[in-house]
Design a protein around this ligand. Structure first.
Ligand SMILES: NC(=O)c1ccc[n+]([C@@H]2O[C@H](COP(=O)([O-])OP(=O)(O)OC[C@H]3O[C@@H](n4cnc5c(N)ncnc54)[C@H](OP(=O)(O)O)[C@@H]3O)[C@@H](O)[C@H]2O)c1
Length: 267
């Protein structure tokens, strides 16, 4: 899907990877609507990239409702980047109930709900693309990230299911599975937790999971949307981990070639 003149919505764009994706999309000629809670940071970015700001707490059901329709006040949404995400590094059973709910509400429910809102228009117009920001944590568990990793596994599986549902339609899906990204607040914060830090140090010593540069990642995501690639896997040397996890999904997908998810005839 061509980015030039497209309308791209990026969630979690007030900083970090989301802000880098918004800037990259703008550079390639898109009009970008940026979404997050921090209204001032969003307004400044929207100003810088000549885009639109939509302040919303995506864990708030009322604010989530109708969000794509509000973004479409400017133009139909061509690309939705489900980037907003949080982590809660710590022992799973020491999380409080609200923290766990917020994690699932943002990392899973908001991404699925916004996709649900965006897809009917994309399918009708015969043009669209969904990007989900998953993680290498979705394929391997790091200490301290049990709940976070489970939300990212859900997102990766969701991406695969969406692609199967959309097979044959000109609407694409890209799942982004990435290790530690720098510079980001998220990476800084989770590495303050001892067990996660030590796990990362082990991977570092084995030279298995070098940090991915935030701006290079944004550029790779942009290219993947343009080329309709189903995955962005970083760092490249860890691609085997992600591919092995993807294998059963691909096997089922191939067995089911010709069985349309959209043909609702009971026979
Ligand atoms: N950093 C990494 O190493 C890494 C690795 C793999 C995957 N990822 C994934 O990449 C995505 C972006 O991560 P990042 O490192 O850029 O994180 P970040 O720097 O912490 O930024 C998170 C973004 O999400 C927004 N956000 C948080 N809570 C929100 C809410 N309730 N409603 C709306 N927006 C909310 C934040 O803005 P406000 O606070 O203004 O709302 C911010 O713009 C996440 O999904 C993350 O899981 C990151």
């Amino acid at each position: 899907m061509e980015i030039m003149n497209a309308h791209v919505v990026v969630t979690g764009a007030s900083r970090g990877i989301g802000a880098a994706i918004a800037r990259e999309m703008h550079k390639r000629g898109a009009t970008v609507t940026v979404v997050a809670r921090s209204a001032d940071a969003l307004a400044a970015l929207a100003d810088e990239i000549d885009g639109h700001a939509l302040a919303a707490d995506l864990t708030d059901r009322g604010e989530l409702e109708g969000l794509i329709a509000r973004a479409e006040a400017h133009a139909p949404v061509d690309v939705l980047v489900n980037n907003a995400g949080i982590d809660e590094a710590g022992l799973f059973w020491e999380m409080d109930a609200d923290g766990l709910r917020r994690l699932i509400d943002l990392n899973v429910t908001a991404a699925m709900e916004l996709t649900r809102q965006a897809l009917p228009g994309m399918v009708e117009r015969g043009r669209g693309h969904i990007v989900n920001l998953s993680s290498m944590a979705s394929v391997g568990n790091f200490p301290g990230l049990t709940a976070y990793a489970a939300t990212k596994a859900a997102l990766s599986h969701f991406s695969a299911g969406l692609r199967a549902d959309l097979r044959g339609l000109p609407v694409g899906v890209t799942n982004v599975q990435v290790g530690f990204v720098s510079p980001t607040d998220m990476t800084d914060k989770i590495l303050e937790y001892g067990p996660t830090f030590r796990a990362q140090r082990r991977f570092d010593r084995l030279a298995l999971l070098p940090r991915t540069d935030r701006d290079r990642l944004a550029s790779a995501i942009m290219s993947a949307v343009e080329a309709d690639r189903r995955h962005v896997l970083r760092p490249r040397r860890a691609w085997g981990l992600a591919k092995l996890t993807e294998l059963p999904r691909r096997l089922v997908e191939n067995v089911l070639v010709g069985v349309s998810a959209r043909d609702q005839d009971p026979t």
